[in-house]
Ligand binder design. Structure first.
Ligand code: NAD
Ligand code: DAU
Length: 346
């Protein structure tokens, strides 16, 4: 297959590119990424000379960039990972870029896929579109869409545009909705890499609110195998939930990281809560399991240890990110926190 991967210099996209090159020896990938603050060509250094992977610096919100790609290549599938992905940014820096990339960018890709009769479109979506759960139960694909923050609202908007393209125009399209990922190459603004890198630097670990918000954690390679399964076996028009079967309060994750690193719990610093913070996510994977035979394969504890070791071994990767321009943006974004409560310090 020849795949168009968007956002393949980001965390999950770059892991997916590696996954496909390894598991499908004849597949080819064209990878378009705008290289925003979250895109990093260092995530792709080891496959620089791989003739089955072509990187294109381009923007999915540019019809010119997108149309040029579709004219030059005949794709068997489009996989849309490209997005503004950080909830805090959508809350504190404003939703403009989220609306542009997550909704407009998706629509531009859908239009191109229709025009060029691409046989399959896969939208990489999120459990956040379902909103927040009460103390029991789990999200199924039939759970009403009730996004609670600007990021998840734009992801929900994109899901609806994909649904409309499939329903009204007959585009072959599938949607995956996944829970919280962790693993190598995750930008250190997200909980797990932020806590690892802060702990390694003996900086405070900023836990929002009471630390009892629950997320369902999945190792990124399991997400990649889920997307790959849906790509090849999923039914057009369907949504597939992908979760890690590991839903625990944030504070447990933070304590687990400190334990692996042998760092003291005194580094934990409870800070002001995220506005509108969703209390609990948990995924019901029944459809992906029973209809497609997919299940996450990694044990959380092993994958977390492996991830911590990756960050220990790749300090130069995250050190570069946590200096310079990014630090300024981080300070601006978290200005609402009390002094001394910032997660990252220079
Ligand atoms: P990320 O922020 O690490 O990467 C996003 C990538 O998209 C970056 O490389 C960035 O440069 C690129 N990009 C942004 N705007 C672009 C544009 N206009 N044109 C081209 N490229 C652009 O995000 P991630 O965590 O890897 O998430 C990837 C996808 O998976 C997103 O769609 C996200 O909503 C979804 N998702 C993420 C998680 C998670 O836990 N991280 C869980 C479920 C779903
Ligand atoms: O659920 C899937 C979603 O997971 C994806 O769609 C998003 O792209 C991805 O960013 C992630 O969203 P979250 O908001 O859940 O991830 P984040 O890592 O920002 O936060 C995870 C939890 O940890 C959340 O309850 C907020 C909390 N948190 C986060 C940060 C950054 C803290 O307590 N302290 C922090 O400093």
């Amino acid at each position: 297959m020849k795949l168009l991967v968007t956002g393949g210099a980001g965390f999950i996209g770059s892991n997916f590119v590696h996954y496909i090159l390894k598991t499908h020896p004849t597949d080819e990938i064209v990878n378009i990424d705008a290289l925003t603050y979250a895109g990093n060509l260092e995530n792709l250094t080891d496959i620089r000379d791989n003739s089955r992977h072509v990187f294109v610096h381009g923007d999915i919100t540019s019809t010119r960039d997108v149309n040029r790609l579709f004219r030059e290549h005949r794709f068997d599938a489009v996989l849309n990972f490209a997005a503004e992905s950080h909830v805090d940014r959508s809350l504190h820096m404003g939703p403009r870029e989220f609306i542009k990339t997550n909704i407009m960018g998706t629509q531009i890709l859908l239009d191109a896929a229709r025009k060029h009769k691409v046989p399959r479109f896969l939208q990489v979506s999120t459990d956040e579109v379902y909103g927040s759960l009460g103390p029991t139960g789990a999200f199924t694909e039939e759970t009403p869409i009730q996004p609670n923050n600007p990021y998840s609202a734009t992801k929900a908007g994109a899901d609806f545009m994909v649904r409309a393209a499939q329903h009204s125009h007959g585009l072959d399209a599938v949607i995956t909705r996944c829970s919280n990922n962790f693993g190598p190459y995750q930008f250190p603004e997200k909980l797990i890499p932020l806590m690892i890198s802060n702990a390694l630097a003996d900086k405070p670990l900023p836990v929002y609110g009471d630390g009892l918000h629950v997320r369902d954690w999945i190792y990124v390679m399991d997400h990649c195998s889920g997307i790959d399964t849906v790509l090849r076996k999923g039914k057009s028009g369907e949504v597939y939930n992908l979760g890690g079967n590991y839903d625990v309060p944030n504070i447990e994750i933070v304590k687990g990281i400190l334990k692996i690193l042998g760092k003291p719990k005194s580094l934990i610093s409870y800070v002001k809560d995220r506005p509108g913070h969703d209390r609990r996510y948990a995924m019901d994977n029944t459809r992906a399991k029973t209809e497609l035979g997919w299940e996450p394969a990694h044990r959380f504890e092993d994958a977390l240890k492996e991830t911590v070791n990756w960050y220990v071994a790749n300090k130069t990767w995250w050190d570069r990110i946590r200096s310079g321009e990014y630090l300024k943006a981080y300070d601006k974004m978290y200005g609402w926190r009390e002094k001394g409560d910032k997660g990252v310090q220079g």
